[in-house]
Design a protein around this ligand. Sequence first.
Ligand code: HEC
Length: 220
Amino acid sequence: MGRTQEGPGGARRRAAPPPEHARLPAAATRLAALAGYRALFAKAYPGEPINVDTIAKAMAVFQRSVISNDSAFDRWLAGDTQALTPEQYRGFKVFSDPAKGNCAACHSGGNFTDNGFHNVGLKTADPGRFNIRKVAAMKGAFKTPTLRDIELTAPYFHNGAAETLRDVVEYYNRGGEDRSNVSPDIKPLNLSAQEKDELVAFLRSLTGKQVPVVRPVLPE
Ligand code: HEC
């Protein structure tokens, strides 16, 4: 499951690697075999073994250190009325307006996610959240991702079905592709070409300064 991709790219796409959580037990075994990692884990988590839990904790600490909060949009929120271009500002309106983009129905709050799971109408054989929660609405439902730094992380959707932000906007404008179990918040939008451009411009206002992440020298 989850190995064949059924986005519009079809067979062109590479099979996705197994999800990270499925690879963690093997990673724990490999790390525990290296004296350098044993020493570092003993220091960070005294008395605890190198296992899925301590690896997850270490990864969570790292992830919390990677923060994007100084985008043009953040500066605008903080009161700098010049931080957004007029086009980006109109795009924010399209994004938020339930009668236009309706994006904020799910991409809400400071991280642009309701932390919920929704089926956005992608053609995919992946059951998504239904693997965990056996209720019909969770079939093909995925967690709403953040939109911070979104212009830097193409391709888009869990299966890479959209190459560009414009593709994403066109996709939502069509109301998705497989409507068999789609969220009631996904419907054809009838956006004008200008509104689509504005929406993409707004999404680009969510890019923060990139914090350089230095590749560490790995212990052996
Ligand atoms: C019903 C909730 C919902 C609505 C409404 C919604 N989204 Fe999403 N969005 C999601 C979910 C869930 C995903 C992840 C879907 C997947 O990968 O299967 C997603 C994915 C995305 C992605 C790709 C993120 C990535 O990292 O790959 C972008 C960009 C995006 N949405 C922008 C928008 C825009 C713009 C709108 C409005 C036109 C919108 N969304 C409306 C729930 C929603």
